[in-house]
Ligand binder design. Sequence first.
Ligand SMILES: *[C@@H]1O[C@H](CO)[C@@H](O)[C@H](O)[C@H]1NC(C)=O
Ligand SMILES: *[C@@H]1O[C@H](CO)[C@@H](O)[C@H](O)[C@H]1NC(C)=O
Ligand SMILES: *[C@@H]1O[C@H](CO)[C@@H](O)[C@H](O)[C@H]1NC(C)=O
Ligand SMILES: *[C@@H]1O[C@H](CO)[C@@H](O)[C@H](O)[C@H]1NC(C)=O
Length: 559
Amino acid sequence: MFGNSLKIYILLCIFKSTLVILSVLCVVLSCASADQTVQMKLLQHWDNNFEGQFSFPLQTNIVGWELKMNFSVSVSNIQQWDGDWYYQSPDGRYYVLLNKDTKGLHAAGTTLTVRMMGVFSGNTAPSATGTLVDLSGDSQTVPPVHVPNSMQHTQYNYAEVLEKSILFYEAQRSGKLPANNRIPWRGDSALHDQGDNGVDLTGGWYDAGDHVKFGLPMAYSVTMLAWGLLEWKQAYEQSGQLQYMLDSIKWPLDYLLKCHTAEHELYVQVGDGGPDHGYWGRPENMTMARPSFKITESKPGSDVAGETAAAMAAGYLVFTSVSKSNDYVDDLCWAGIWLYQATKEAKYLHDAETHYQPGSAWGLSWDDKQAGCFALLYKFTHNNTYKEDIVQTFHDWMPGGTIPYSPGGLAFRLQWGALRYAVNMGLIALMAADLGISPKQYRCWAISQFHYALGSNPQNRSYVVGFGNNPPQRPHHRSSSCPMIPAPCGWDEQTNTGPNPHVLYGALVGGPDQNDVYVDDRKDYVKNEVACDYNAAFQSGIAGLLELAIRNQLPDCQH
Ligand SMILES: *[C@@H]1O[C@H](CO)[C@@H](O)[C@H](O)[C@H]1NC(C)=O
Ligand SMILES: *[C@@H]1O[C@H](CO)[C@@H](O)[C@H](O)[C@H]1NC(C)=O
Ligand SMILES: *[C@@H]1O[C@H](CO)[C@@H](O)[C@H](O)[C@H]1NC(C)=O
Ligand SMILES: *[C@@H]1O[C@H](CO)[C@@H](O)[C@H](O)[C@H]1NC(C)=O
């Protein structure tokens, strides 16, 4: 008798510890939590009223859920405090509840309990089954990228970075998504974006972690991406990414074409920063007004008009079909040099040269393209004036120059999106190297900056979401911080300390401070936001490095 109890006791202990080990393993490996079905516990009933409860022990963190309930008899007037009704069958036996905005977050190891009261028909109190559907994450997988087989060994898989960066732009799409959308957590959004008199302005890219569509950084991003593609097409071809890349840049180009509504009229923004930033949620569920803004002859904006013309010209060079818009553009070097490439008309080259700003470049960004300009002017004219400015600029940018460096080797132009400035100049260095200016030195410097972003830094971490070692998991980015549609999303998702439920593959975050310090905090939009313009020169530079590897021209930077 005693012996048997002991055996049962020991068996129970083994069983219990197996359960513990299993659940610990589940947490460690973050087992994809399957739907859980439980019986409702009937707490009490009186007359035709019942009170019942569903309890789900959780093995993983969840950020959104759906509860599907099947009752044995028809029930009505259900009151509960955890969700909003998503579906009720006409016969009153099947109900679907979606978590309320503030009731979505639950930690692994806790029990999610939903209590309810209601009225039943007939004489017997209901029994019920409840199925909890975890709406936290997606099951997005990124197929292994094709790495060209005859190429130099590289420390980082550049082809994979290209593939993922293209996916980042896909996640930024606004408007009606095509059937071949590869981002499972994105849907149609901002379908009413319009200009005066209802002119259609749907489409384009959301700017960053928010949902404003800014024409200038969008057009700049397209130009920079197209530039990389034009110079280093082999990198895209041989990694199997060319078609994705063409689709990627066609999306904003189609939108920019829509924005050019009349000869002297260009829409340059849809959405308003104030209300937009006052909303944390996915674009699919935005309800705030999204005003549009345009430039005209009486309200000019030559910067954005010039950048749009540059993007169109670059798009023309890629597709030989995107129509060009060149009215407004008469006072910008950058627009001129792109229009010259697309048209080969000498007047545009002359324009570019006339408006060239001499001297060392501050850097490169969507509102300062001087460095891009001298690289292209030198390419087309071989005039040493431009070369001297390139050389002076990199003299300032390389170690020992005027630009400060972090102890870990990052050229530190500005705190906000520090990595972006470094890799932007990395791209110009690769372009200049291709033009024969100190190729080894410039390429090695570019590699040092790109590799810093990919993981060669004092934190030993990648700053590209979903790539490499210990990448950021909490980018300041609304839609990837939300659970799956249709679960609600709000400020709880912003302050949630867990990772974003969706991996925003390929997005370069702002990056560390001047001491190489970085914290993966979703609220930190200085270090942890992502943006179309951050990834643009970054992706093109990575294409440049991949192409060098394919051509066996990557320098040995140790010697
Ligand atoms: C619950 O009811 C729905 C709708 O009638 C049905 O599709 C589903 O299979 C039922 N589930 C269970 C667990 O009985
Ligand atoms: C949010 O948008 C999705 C997709 O369009 C939709 O299924 C869901 O019901 C919306 N949620 C709210 C609260 O509007
Ligand atoms: C080179 O460019 C500079 C600056 O635009 C210009 O002043 C100069 O005339 C050019 N030189 C030649 C030989 O074209
Ligand atoms: C980064 O990696 C290097 C080499 O593996 C190691 O020496 C160093 O301690 C690591 N630094 C951190 C912050 O983990």
